[in-house]
Design a protein around this ligand. Structure first.
Ligand code: SAM
Length: 285
């Protein structure tokens, strides 16, 4: 059964009809393979009745995979032409899904409570083929904005995916890894061939899976302060913490605060888990 999804011919025809030439600036590489779409939806664990947020629906390749299983989709698209056409595509391809689908035309980085207030309830799952150059800021913004998100499956540039899923001590570990870990577990769920996109991108992609923590690591105030420490530590990642954290903890207290958190002041950012950063934030007087 592929007729309810977009294949290579439909994607190109649709783009041509709309006069859309994909732009690199907006990371417009559209999925042209229904098998990949169904794999993403399966790995995301999306089922009938789920409420999904999709960032960058584009021509609707992934959107139709999500509506196909009976889930609700709220799609956030920055490109006015694509946002305007999407309801028509859903209606034409899956007439029964129209009332389970809505599109919000905005930059995902500007998505705010007033947009979400128009929904019956906040989405609990995120499924997206994210635009390459803003994938991490978009993820961070959504995780902060929508605490109801329980799980997700995102397609990102391979390098970025490995960075998000990395743990302390690995060479990919950085501030995106530490911050992502605040919210939950991240793992690589698979590789994606470049050939399933049109146009074919110049980089490899991976699927990254997210599962929210069962209990939050800390309060919102603690999160904000912990992220300040993460930013400062990784801004000078080759320096020891006693040096790198000086701008945020102050000359008088830096070593004492780090030590009372049970962390060595001589450690470097890449050795610390998000729990270590939180412990330091909690030891501030
Ligand atoms: N989901 C579609 C698919 O898989 O074929 C398209 C994915 S394409 C990689 C990324 C999409 O994100 C494009 O439709 C692009 O216009 C949109 N986009 C880029 N930047 C965005 C932003 N800041 N906010 C919302 N959408 C954005």
């Amino acid at each position: 059964m592929t007729e309810a999804l977009l294949g290579p011919v439909e994607v190109r025809e649709l783009a041509e009809r709309l006069g859309v030439s994909p732009t690199k600036k907006l990371g417009q590489n559209f999925v042209i393979d229904p098998n990949t779409v169904r794999k993403i939806v399966r790995l995301a664990g999306v089922e009938q009745g789920d409420s999904v947020i999709e960032i960058g629906p584009g021509l609707g390749s992934l959107t139709l995979g999500i509506t196909e299983v009976g889930a609700d989709v709220t799609a956030i698209e920055i490109d006015a032409r694509l946002a305007a056409e999407l309801p028509n595509t859903v209606r034409a391809m899956q007439p029964n899904a129209s009332d389970r689908f809505r599109v919000i035309h905005t930059d995902a980085l500007d998505l705010a409570d007033h947009h979400l207030a128009t929904l019956d309830a906040n989405p609990t799952a995120l499924v997206a083929n994210l635009p390459y150059n803003v994938s991490v800021p978009i993820l961070m913004h959504l995780l902060e904005l929508i605490p109801e998100l329980e799980r997700g499956l995102v397609m990102v540039q391979a390098e970025v995916g490995y960075r998000i899923a990395a743990g302390p001590g690995s060479k990919e570990y950085g501030s995106p890894s530490a911050k992502a870990a605040w919210y939950g577990d991240w793992s690589i769920a698979g590789n994606v061939s470049r050939r399933i996109f049109w146009p074919v991108p110049g980089v490899d992609s991976v699927l990254v899976k997210f599962a929210k923590r069962s209990t939050p690591l800390g309060s919102e105030t603690e999160r904000a302060r912990t992220f300040e420490l993460v930013n400062a530590a990784f801004a000078q990642r080759r320096k020891m913490l006693r040096q790198a954290l000086l701008p945020v903890l102050g000359q008088a207290r830096t070593v004492e605060t780090i030590e009372s958190a049970g962390v060595a002041p001589t450690a470097r950012a890449e050795q610390l888990s998000i729990d270590d950063f939180l412990a330091i934030a909690r030891c501030e007087k």
